[in-house]
Design a protein around this ligand. Structure first.
Ligand SMILES: NCc1[nH]cc(CCC(=O)O)c1CC(=O)O
Length: 313
C-alpha cells in the first residue's frame, strides 16, 4: 500500500542542531494545524558548509553555503519549508524564495567554554582561542590582544572534544544552539550581550518557502513570532548594507520597547583594534529602514575605506 502524501515536507541540514530545530518546527506545525507530527517529513541535506568544515566560513564563500542545497530542493518542490538558523542565511535570498516566518528567538548571547579558565579575562597570556568566526575573533582580540586565534569549526560535540584534546584553551558558541541541544550546562560563562555583541539574527530560526506558495505560507504563518521577525528583519537589513558576504566582523543587538525597537550595531577591524558602534531607535515596524540607517551611520563613522581595509581579501 502506498503511504499517504505527507502534510508537509521540511528541508534541513543534518547536523544535530539543525535536526533539533527542524523537529521543533515540525512539532509546532503539527500542533498549530492539529495533525500528527509523523505526517510531516523531515528531509536532511549535506550543505557545502558542512563539507568544507575545516575552513573558515568567510573564506569559503560565506553564508549562502549553509542553505544552498536546501534552497535548491525548495525551489524544485522537493520540500515545502526550509528551516534555517537565521544568522546563517545570506542577506539576499535566492530568487523565488521568501522568509515567511521566524520562530520565537532563543537567547542571543554567546557562551564561553573552557576546561581551564572561568572567563576570557582569566585565560593565561598567549592562550589559544578556538573560533572560525571573524566576529568572535575580532571581539576576543579587542579584549585580549595577546590571545592566539586558532581555527575551530564543527558541531558542538566536535568542538568540546577539541577542547579536551587541547587544540584550544577556550571557545565561544551561541548559547541558543547549546540550549536547543540541551547542552547549556556546558557553558563555563555567558557573555553580556551589550559588551560582546551577538551576530545579526543569532538565536532565531527562519522558515523559508517558495514565493507564491500560498499553502506553505499559510502553514507557517501561525508560527511567526512578531517581535522576533521585526528584530531579525532590522538586524539583517543592517548587515545587508554593511557587507552581505560576511567578510567583516559585525555585531548587532536589538530590544523591543513597547511598539518601538532599539537597534545597536558594531563593526570591527579583523584584529579588533578598531571598533565603531552606533544605535538607532524608532517604530518596530520600520526595522528595514532603521537597520539600513544604522549601517550607514557605522560606515560614515568608520570612513569610506573601512570595509576594503578590514575585510578578508
Ligand atoms: N554558524 C553556525 C551556527 N549557526 C547558528 C548557530 C547557533 C544557533 C543560533 O544562533 O541560532 C551556530 C553555531 C554557533 O554559532 O555556535
Amino acid at each position: 500500500m502506498q503511504s499517504p502524501a505527507p502534510f508537509a515536507r521540511i528541508g534541513t541540514r543534518g547536523s544535530p542542531l539543525a535536526l533539533a530545530q527542524a523537529e521543533a518546527t515540525r512539532d509546532l506545525l503539527a500542533r498549530a494545524h492539529g495533525v500528527d507530527p509523523t505526517a510531516i517529513d523531515i528531509v536532511s541535506f549535506v550543505s557545502t558548509a558542512d563539507r568544507l568544515k575545516d575552513r573558515p566560513l568567510a573564506e569559503v564563500g560565506g553564508k549562502g553555503l549553509f542553505t544552498k542545497e536546501i534552497d535548491e530542493a525548495l525551489l524544485k518542490g522537493e520540500v515545502d519549508i526550509g528551516v534555517h538558523s537565521a544568522k546563517d542565511m545570506a542577506t539576499t535570498l535566492p530568487e523565488g524564495m521568501t522568509l515567511a516566518a521566524f520562530l520565537e528567538r532563543e537567547d542571543v548571547r554567546d557562551a564561553f567554554i573552557s576546561l581551564t579558565a572561568r572567563g576570557i579575562d582569566y585565560l593565561p597570556e598567549g592562550a589559544r582561542f578556538g573560533t572560525s568566526s571573524i566576529r568572535r575573533a575580532a571581539q576576543v582580540k579587542r579584549l585580549r590582544p595577546d590571545l592566539m586565534i586558532v581555527p575551530f569549526r564543527g558541531n558542538v560535540e566536535t568542538r568540546l572534544q577539541k577542547l579536551a584534546d587541547g587544540v584550544a584553551d577556550a571557545t565561544l558558541l551561541a548559547l541558543a544552539g547549546l540550549k536547543r541541544l540541551g547542552e547549556d550546562r556546558r557553558a563555563t560563562a555567558i557573555l553580556d550581550a551589550e559588551s560582546f555583541m551577538p551576530a545579526p539574527a543569532q538565536g532565531a530560526i527562519g522558515l523559508a518557502v517558495r514565493a507564491g506558495d500560498d499553502r506553505a505560507t499559510a502553514l507557517v504563518a501561525p508560527l511567526n513570532h512578531l517581535p522576533t521577525s521585526r528584530a531579525v528583519t532590522a538586524e539583517r537589513a543592517m548587515l545587508a548594507v554593511l557587507d552581505g558576504s560576511c567578510r567583516t566582523p559585525v555585531g548587532a543587538l536589538s530590544r523591543m520597547e513597547g511598539e518601538g525597537i532599539v537597534l545597536q550595531g558594531e563593526i570591527l577591524s579583523l584584529d579588533g583594534a578598531e571598533r565603531f558602534a552606533a544605535e538607532v531607535s524608532g517604530r518596530a515596524e520600520d526595522g528595514e529602514r532603521l537597520g539600513a540607517e544604522l549601517a550607514r551611520q557605522l560606515l560614515r563613522a568608520a570612513g569610506p575605506d573601512f570595509l576594503s581595509r578590514w575585510s578578508l581579501p
